[in-house]
Design a protein around this ligand. Structure first.
Ligand code: ZN
Length: 639
């Protein structure tokens, strides 16, 4: 779906970027701007800058930047259109329901979303309003789910038949191919379709923005031959390693409480949530992934894992601890009594007791020690050594040296061991860890090199320019001046210079974007440019990223020429974009003339060696000198 640019502009204008980002990042006023710790890379001193008058952000550490829409896209990991929608919602602006121009992939995604939404409503209706659904309702009630909870999580029932969803979809004009792509129906060999979920209790799975992307389905009938739980397959909108069950319901509470409770299953989550503990998410189905941790880390740096006391549960928890520490988050573990999961625990003892369990959660050091203790390891010196080694190995995953030392001290005290000994052991693991990550670095480089060769083969030529760092200073300044100076400066530049004359490919693309915006829009500013670049269909993802970085880097930096001039002791009227544009343009044109002069002279020399007539070279030479003189004079660019 494509929205008219004016609508996007309206939405962006009604959003205050400082307020928007301030809800996620602690911002402090510094001069005209606001600064904070960058949410996109790890840092200790703030280099993430937000400008209220420009309505843009830029990180001087990692180079990310953009406007409020791109912030939402990157922070929430959502598409352009989703970001616009969410900002529109915040600003109370209604969007056109349907526009005829569709973007192919966004369109397909939207179709899958609406198919899943329709299916979710259908299942909910079957649960709450049909006689067949009574049976499933009883099942949910027996599990302790209230009607309010059923509504909150959109639980449902898939009728015990081969075609009830299919028939419903036909009534709703949803193509069966779309249902198939959404993993809701399957195709038989003869080409006909059948419902995938039959006679099951349905748990919709939501994206972080709260849209239904798939389903978990629990068996209800004894004669159901399929497994206890069935899940939607991975689809265009359902990426299992990315989705964290419950995050859309929990994110506000997680931010507020500044920690997330992590459980395994969705039934666990729902039961605990019902008790008013809302900062809870579930890895559901998969073992915890790096992407899921990243998704939590947007809201808090603290995770409390709740796991079953059995050995499989402990192992999963230990793996989770390592992963969380590697991602630089803090982790605690709450261990349930033997034989209980969060669901059954809350059923037996209630929410207060669960809160107490969370309160009594232990550090990962104690958790590992306790696990070894339960297995009887701590009775022997060998077992103790093994436990300490495991703990040290886990500590080695922590990147922060101060934190590592803190835990080493803790272990030393606990086990009456010498710190120095523990440090020796730690060094060993850090080395292993380091060589592992170095290996990964080398691998990445190889992959990158491979990628580059692939691109070369594809284009048939070597791709040498991949960074924005080698853009000529004058070209940077011209782009900068146009962005700063708006239509007036842009008009001046393009009446003397075309986008194609930029030598650096990224500068050229940015110039082209400025040009097309100049031709189509009444206004011209950086925030608008970010949108049009993000939405440019023919650009590669890397190109879009590089150009966005270039753009925000320009907006948040000084003019290159003025920097250089400051060094040379010349003063310049700050912020006079027109003057900068004139000077930079003159520099480029002078350089071009100079180059032409050199080439011409070389050709003249060769021609005279061969004894040819050189008069037309002389003529060109004179012309170029004239041009050079004009460009250097005060008259240049004066109207
Ligand atoms: Zn950064």
């Amino acid at each position: 779906m494509r929205l008219p640019p004016e609508k996007i502009e309206e939405i962006r204008n009604s959003t205050d970027i400082v307020e928007l980002i301030g809800a996620f990042v602690k911002l402090k006023k510094r001069g005209k701007n606001y600064v904070g710790l960058c949410p996109f890379h790890n840092e200790k001193t703030p280099s993430f800058t937000v400008s209220s008058d420009k309505q843009m952000y830029h990180c001087f550490g990692c180079g990310v930047g953009g406007n409020s829409i791109s912030f939402m896209m990157e922070f929430e990991k959502i598409s352009f259109i989703e970001a616009v929608k969410s900002l529109a919602e915040k600003a109370g602006i209604s969007l056109p329901v349907y526009t005829p121009e569709y973007d192919a992939i966004a369109n397909e995604q939207e179709e899958l979303y609406s198919a899943c939404k329709a299916a979710g409503l259908f299942f909910y209706h079957n649960l709450t309003e049909t006689s067949e659904g009574k049976f499933a309702q009883e099942y949910f009630h027996k599990r302790g789910f209230s009607n309010e909870t059923i509504r909150t999580f959109g639980l449902g029932y898939s009728p015990n038949s081969w075609d009830s969803l299919i028939k419903h979809a036909e009534r709703e004009n949803i193509p069966l191919q779309t249902l198939e792509k959404a993993g809701l129906v399957r195709k038989r060999d003869d080409g006909s379709y059948y419902d995938y979920f039959r006679g099951r209790a349905m748990f919709p799975i939501f994206s972080s923005t709260g849209r239904t992307v798939g389903f978990g389905a629990r068996k209800l009938y004894e004669d159901d031959q399929l497994g206890k739980y069935l899940n939607s397959p991975e689809t265009l909108i359902y990426n299992k390693s990315r989705i964290l069950y419950g995050i859309s319901h929990a994110k506000e509470a997680i931010r507020e409480k500044d920690y997330a409770v992590l459980v395994e299953g969705y039934a666990d989550l729902i039961r605990v949530y019902q008790e008013g503990i809302r900062n809870i998410v579930a890895s559901s189905g998969t073992s915890l992934t790096v992407e899921q941790i990243q998704s939590i880390s947007r809201y808090t740096k603290n995770i409390t894992i709740v796991y079953d006391a059995d050995s499989a549960g402990s192992k999963a928890a230990m793996r989770g601890v390592d992963l969380i520490l590697e991602k630089d988050l803090d982790v605690r573990v709450a261990v349930l009594p033997q034989g209980d999961d969060p669901d059954s625990f809350v059923g037996k003892y209630g929410g207060e007791k669960f809160l107490a369990l969370l309160k009594n959660s232990v550090s990962f050091v104690d958790f590992i020690a306790q696990a070894f203790e339960r297995e009887g390891y701590l009775k022997t010196p060998e077992g103790q050594t093994k436990a300490v080694r495991t703990i040290i190995q886990t500590i080695s995953k922590i990147k922060d040296g101060i934190k590592r030392n803190f835990y080493i001290q803790l272990v030393a005290e606990k086990y009456g061991l010498y710190e120095s000994l523990l440090h020796q052991e730690l060094e060993k693991y850090i080395k292993i860890e380091k060589s592992r990550s170095e290996y990964q670095l080398v691998r990445d480089e190889i992959d990158e090199a491979q990628l580059e060769t692939d691109t070369q083969n594809l284009n048939g030529s070597k791709k040498t320019v991949t960074t924005t760092e080698n853009i000529p200073l004058a070209e940077r300044d011209i782009l900068h001046a146009m962005i700063d100076g708006g239509r007036k400066v842009t008009e001046f530049v393009f009446s003397n210079f075309s986008p194609e004359q930029f030598s650096h490919p990224y500068a050229k693309i940015l110039a082209q974007e400025i040009h097309s915006l100049y031709e189509t829009a009444d206004e011209l500013n950086a925030a608008m440019l970010i949108d049009s670049i993000t939405e440019t269909p023919h650009l590669q993802v890397e190109e879009i990223e590089a150009i966005k970085k270039l753009l925000t880097d320009l907006v948040f930096s000084q003019y290159e020429l003025s920097k250089r001039w400051a060094e040379e002791g010349t003063t310049i009227i700050k912020g006079d974009a027109m003057q900068i544009a004139r000077d930079a343009l003159r520099t480029i044109l002078l350089q071009t003339v100079q180059k032409k002069l050199e080439v011409n002279q070389q050709s003249m020399k060769e021609a005279s060696k061969r004894g040819e007539d050189v008069s037309h070279y002389l003529q060109t030479h004179t012309q170029l000198l004239e041009e050079k003189k004009f460009l250097s004079s005060e008259k240049c660019f004066q109207k």
